[in-house]
Every structure is written in C-alpha cells, then in structure tokens.
Design a binder for this molecule. Sequence first.
Ligand SMILES: Cc1cc2nc3c(=O)[nH]c(=O)nc-3n(C[C@H](O)[C@H](O)[C@H](O)COP(=O)(O)O)c2cc1C
Length: 363
Amino acid sequence: MILQPLVINNKVVKFPIIQGGMGIRISLSKLANACMNSGIVATISAAQVGFLKKNFRNDPLGENKIELKKEIDKIRAVNKNGVLGVNLMYAINDYDKYATFLATQDIDFIVSGAGLPVDLPGYLVGSNVKGAFIISSARAAKLLLKSWDRSYQYMPAFIVCEGPLAGGHLGFSKEDMESGNVDSLEIIVEETKKVVKEYEDKYNIEIPIIAGGGVHDGVDMARMIQVGASGVQISTRFIATHECDASDAYKQMIIDAKEDDIVRVASPAGLPGRAVRNFLTRSLEKGNMKVSYCVNCLKSCKKIGIPYCITEQLGNSSSGDKNGLIFTGAKAYLINKIDYVENVVQEIIRDCKKELSAVGGIK
Ligand SMILES: Cc1cc2nc3c(=O)[nH]c(=O)nc-3n(C[C@H](O)[C@H](O)[C@H](O)COP(=O)(O)O)c2cc1C
C-alpha cells in the first residue's frame, strides 16, 4: 500500500506510471516528452512510425527505422535523462531487425507484447537497453521467465500485466472475451506476483509488476497498488491530451464515445481488439473491407479473406480519418475533455495518494 518511485534501467521515475505505447503514430515524441516532463515513463510505439512517408509502401522497415530514430532523437535533444522506452509488438514481421536496431538507440527499454517475446534478450546483448514484456496471464509470465532464465540468464526490467479492459489488441481469445471467461486485472497481478517471486529470489532483484488496462484514475491506480502492483500502465487517458500525437479527429472520437460506442473488433492479427464504433466497425458487421495494399506487417495475417488491413485502417485514423480503426480502452467513455498531460498525471497521483492513505498509509 505504498506508492514508491519506479526504478527502470537504474533511473528513478518520480511517479510509478508508464504511458503505454500506442500505434500507429499515436504515442510519439510529443506525448513522450510531456510524460517525461510530468515525472512518468514514456513509451513510443514502434508500429508503422513511417506510415506517412512517400516510400513507406515500398520499404516499410527502412522508413520505420528512419522515423523511429527521428522521434527518439527529438526527445533526447531536450530530455536526456527521463525514462523512455519503445513498444515493439512481437506479432510483427521483422521483429528481429527492429529489436536489433532499437538496441543501438538512446532508449531505456524495449517492451514487447502481442505474443511471447522469447528471444528479446538475445538482441540486447552488449546494449544498455533493457528488455521487458507484456502478458495477460501468470501462465505467460511463467513461460517467459523460465525461457529467459534458461536461454539468457536474463530477467525483465519490469512486467506489464494487461487485463481485459485494455485498448488495442487484447491478450484473450474472442470466445473467452464473449463468455467472460477472463481473469480481472487484479487477479492477473496477484497471480503474476507469485510466479515472479521465485526469480526475484534467484537473481536477488525486484521485478516491478505494472498493471494496465482500464486504469483511468487515482482510485483505479490505488486498487492496483493494493493488490501488489508497483505501478500502472495508462494509455487511453493520454489520448485526450493536447500533447498526444494523434489527430484532433481521433481525440474527438475518444471524447465523444459513450459506453455502448466502445466495441470489440476482430483484428487480422487473430486477436480481438477494442475500438470506438464507427463506419468501419459497422461495415465489418456486414462483411470484409477492401484492402488497398499490403506491407506484410503481421506474422499471423493471412492476407487473403481478412476483415480489413490493420496498418491501413489504424494509420488512416491516427492521421485524421474518423472512418478508420479507432483503437481505445474500455474506459474511454469516462473521458470528456482534452487536458494537459501534467494535469492528468497530477490528478491521478493526488487521488491515488488520497485513496491509499484512507486505507492505511502512504510514503
Ligand atoms: C490507441 C491504442 C493503441 C495501442 N497500441 C498498442 C501497440 O502498438 N502495442 C501494444 O503493445 N499495445 C498497444 N496498446 C495497448 C496499450 O499500450 C495499453 O497497454 C493498454 O491500452 C492500457 O489500457 P488503457 O488504454 O485502458 O489505459 C494500444 C492501446 C490503444 C488505446
């Protein structure tokens, strides 16, 4: 029940909040800078950062690497010491090439979810960049810890537990989401803590557990700290900020969304996702969307007979198309204005502290 600063890559972060990575082009340098200046961890999403470049469709890997470097350098030019990471989904093609490239950049960590990044530590040998992962079950955490321990004698800088209220791709099957056969975030955190203990003892380290998915305010955050999380990962709340890199149209869709506008949508990644109901989600109820091009983005995409192209639809929406795919977390309906990141962080921390002191104490 104690709110302590997070330590990642030997750097102390004032408030134990990680701004989660959001693709495509939603969490880039503008949002990252504001988050780091507000005393929290920032994460750029590596997903298709080069989407707007002329040559993107011919050379997505090359353009994405150029744009990723530009975004990282923009941040480091003004913020040398803040904790900055890159979210690199394991589901993408060329994961190895991106991870090898990112290991040479001025960032603190690479965090991977959307699959089990069993080989991530292999790309980090000799690098100052640390590895971390996102899981949606203690079972997945156990598998990764065992594998990283056996193959690399390497432990994650932190573990994000992502629950069923998260945005973007969800780590649960469509069937389990529909039947409600999914653990709450609280349970995932508690179970993961038990699994991690063995490795914390073996390596004599602490592995921070970060709770993400539906953490909207300080009360939510306090609840996660009470069940044993060292911090929280928050994404959707940061979309509705002046500094978020998404288009104004995207931000407005988040602000306007009512509870029943937030729906589940199938992704060509083979996982369910969560999005704001719009032209795209309504069209998908009737059939598949036309796919204009393919940049071979996902390992698991079948390319033929898919409902839509995720790169095309997410890229369009972040650039201003209200008819594209508007990924969101389940609690977007609680957001009703655009604010500054600093205000959002201060409000969450104030309310979290208030809540924790009411139940027993705070440092
Ligand atoms: C618009 C949007 C895009 C996202 N993109 C990614 C991504 O590229 N990679 C990833 O691992 N998670 C992605 N996520 C998941 C978030 O990083 C985060 O873990 C989760 O949404 C936290 O829940 P919250 O949105 O309720 O705060 C995305 C979420 C949203 C809302």
